[in-house]
Design a protein around this ligand. Structure first.
Ligand code: ATP
Ligand code: MG
Length: 252
């Protein structure tokens, strides 16, 4: 079972969008996919279930040593959901609380892929997402703040490795990219220089269709209009991710 956390403490860089689309790509290929929403904003959960979430499916149960009952969404993707009620657990930063999600996910066996969405912070929920995962994907948008936040994420992974088996940073993905903007190209060049090995060659372009899709709770390829370029990027990213995982597993 592959467990991937998508993290960057900078907000709005595309974490939820990437989790949502990778989940749909892999589910469409017949994989059994579980999404875990570790963000009290609940954006991923509301994209999957705009009509609301049954309390028994809330992932917050793990902080009470209970197991959430994952729900099968309309898309066939399974979800351990979140809403604002998760935030009451945020303050208890004791070490034992770092592993609540991991304890539960270690007991969950029947999925091919688990994708964990994280909030824009390096607090308890992201720490839980990191200790529970084998791999991390870090999205960045075209801002210098998102790149600085990468350093914080890498430092957190280093710190975590002192107390737990920390996950491998699989790569950095540039999202919401507009090639016509000089500043965007400058950020891309910077990433190419500083994160050469980590940077995925797939870049997710900025597209209003992506925004629309998330609001409608469907992947971008279900939206009317020409979305083939964006669709292709999510699919290429999914292949790149699996390729890197295979490489890491093979120790190469
Ligand atoms: N490729 C894209 N093109 C255009 N808009 C995008 C793209 N990716 C994401 N967005 C939009 O940008 C906003 C932020 O994206 P998203 O919610 O995925 O980021 P996030 O990192 O999960 O944010 P947060 O840190 O608040 O959880 C959303 O409105 C989303 O629809
Ligand atoms: Mg999000």
């Amino acid at each position: 079972m592959i467990k991937i956390s998508v993290a960057n403490q900078k907000g709005g860089v595309g974490k939820t969008t990437i989790v949502f689309h990778l989940a749909h790509v892999w589910a469409g290929q017949g994989k059994k996919v579980l999404c875990v929403d570790m963000d009290p904003q609940g954006n991923l959960s509301s994209s999957f279930c705009p009509e609301g979430i049954p309390e028994k499916s809330l992932v917050s149960a793990v902080f009470r040593k209970k197991k959430p009952e994952v729900m099968r969404t309309e898309s066939g993707i399974y979800l351990a959901a979140s809403d604002i009620s998760l935030s009451i657990h945020e303050k208890d930063l004791s070490l034992k609380n770092y592993f609540c999600l991991k304890s539960w996910l270690d007991s969950v066996k029947d999925f091919d892929v688990v994708l964990i969405d994280t909030p824009p912070s390096l607090g308890l929920f992201t720490v839980n997402a990191l200790t529970a995962a084998n791999f991390v994907i870090a999205p960045v948008d075209v801002s210098i703040y998102a790149i600085r936040a990468l350093t914080d994420l890498q430092n957190s992974l280093k710190e975590l490795s002192g107390v737990a088996k920390s996950p491998k940073l699989l790569g950095v993905v540039l999202s919401s990219f507009t090639k016509f903007h000089r500043s965007s190209r400058a950020i891309q060049e910077h990433l190419n220089e500083e994160y050469k090995k980590l940077l995925f060659s797939t870049v997710i372009p900025n597209s209003t269709k992506v925004k629309e899709a998330l609001i409608m709770g469907v992947p971008v390829w279900k939206i009317k209009g020409d979305v083939s370029r964006v669709e292709k990027c999510f699919r290429t990213l999914s292949r790149e991710v699996l390729k890197r995982i295979e490489k890491k597993k093979g120790g190469r």
